[in-house]
Ligand binder design. Structure first.
Ligand code: NAD
Ligand code: MN
Length: 358
């Protein structure tokens, strides 16, 4: 039997609720498959630990999870801790040292879910956004001087490197080639940002020559929001910088019905380090503890994790179970306009897994 060690890091807010649901569904999926087992190890890292002890994770935290086969992450963010402290203290503290430079974000309109885009049916919106996840606007380069004085100044420098751009472009072109339409859109802002974004465009052109079978085009990020909204069927695979893809993928999630559905994988494609899987959403302070967090984003995240582990049959089975459940409006949580609870959706997905005969 194949064995995988998974580090579960629920973090803050509804992270605890959706990761518990995800562990339950993934365990049901492994049991139904019979060919592999998932051993989950839980880590209580997050804002509570920070408030109690001054650190989100222990000093040797990375060593404790370095040898796991995958990391399953919830959310980092608490109402009484500044967001840049939590993000850099936990999520980026894992993503960056583990060089998870490719952040993959599939978006589809699942069966039974209505998009706010009128007249758009499921097949017309089937995207995967590739987010550069290691540098760019979130490189952490910059500083703050003259604190509190009238001349106070602060900078965040967008750091783009040839190596960083080339590897994400190669990843995105290869992903586009693996999908039926072999279509890639490179998002840029090289009209206004004439250094980093021009290098981004130049390397896209260079890498494109290695992929003659992929059709690609270039789109300014502002115009991209319009195209996503008005011509969703014209897009397939998308690659964008850290900041641009962060914003565009929230838009994508909303256009596909809810932020509560959207999954993501933070990949270290070379597998030198473990990759990290998480729903796109955050701590959702407004619904925490109410038992109504949508667990579908975490389940779909589980699909990405199983694909990464090489468990393709189990991944496909979990995706089928998710689609069977979303197809039933009575199993929609309030973010989708329904009244179902996290518990009810989780039970339904586990039952769909057990009953799946394919
Ligand atoms: P959010 O994703 O937490 O919430 C935005 C809205 O979407 C809220 O109305 C929320 O109720 C709803 N929502 C989100 N997930 C849902 C789900 N699974 N089911 C039902 N509804 C859901 O975004 P925010 O309000 O901007 O951020 C709240 C906190 O989370 C902040 O501290 C932020 O920094 C943090 N955050 C963390 C991550 C991460 O760790 N990856 C990502 C985004 C935000
Ligand atoms: Mn985001």
């Amino acid at each position: 039997m194949r064995q995988y060690r998974i580090a579960a890091i629920p973090g803050d807010g509804i992270g605890g609720e959706v990761i518990a649901a995800g562990v339950e569904a993934l365990s049901a999926c492994a049991k139904r498959d019979g060919g592999f087992a998932l051993a989950f190890e839980h880590f209580d890292w997050g804002s509570q630990r920070y408030k109690d002890s001054g650190a989100f994770m222990p000093a040797n935290g990375l060593d404790l999870i370095r040898n796991h086969d995958a990391l399953l992450f919830g959310s980092a963010g608490a109402p009484d801790v500044p967001d840049h402290i939590t993000l850099w203290g936990l999520r980026l503290a894992i993503c960056q040292p583990f060089d998870q430079y490719a952040n993959v974000r599939p978006t589809r309109i699942l069966p039974g879910i209505t998009s706010p885009l009128r007249r758009v049916a499921g097949p017309e919106l089937d995207w995967v956004i590739v987010r550069e996840n290691s540098e760019g606007e979130y490189a952490g380069v910059g500083g703050r001087v003259h604190r509190g004085l009238p001349e106070e100044a602060a900078t965040d420098v967008s750091m783009f490197t040839r190596a960083g751009i080339a590897r994400i472009m190669r990843f995105a072109f290869a992903l586009a080639r693996s999908r039926p339409r072999k279509l890639l859109t490179v998002v840029t802002k090289s009209n206004a940002q004439r250094h980093g974004m021009v290098l981004w465009d130049e390397i896209a052109l260079e890498v494109a020559r290695e992929f003659p079978d992929v059709t690609w085009d270039k789109m300014l990020v502002d115009a991209m929001t319009v195209r996503m909204t008005l011509k969703p069927e014209s897009l397939d695979t998308v690659v964008a910088t850290n900041l641009h893809a962060d914003i565009l993928s929230d838009l994508a999630a909303a256009l596909a019905g809810s932020l509560g559905i959207a999954p993501t994988a933070n990949l270290n494609p070379e597998r030198t380090f473990p990759s990290m899987f998480e729903p796109i959403h955050g701590s959702a302070f407004d619904i925490v503890g109410k038992g109504i967090a949508n667990p579908i984003g975490t389940f779909w995240t589980g699909v990405l994790m199983l694909e990464h582990l090489g468990e393709r049959a189990a991944a496909a089975r979990l995706m089928r179970a998710i689609e069977r459940v979303t197809a039933e409006p009575r199993l929609h949580t309030p973010d989708l306009g329904g009244t179902a609870t996290t518990r009810a959706v989780t039970t339904a997905v586990c039952e769909a897994l057990t009953g799946d005969n394919l």
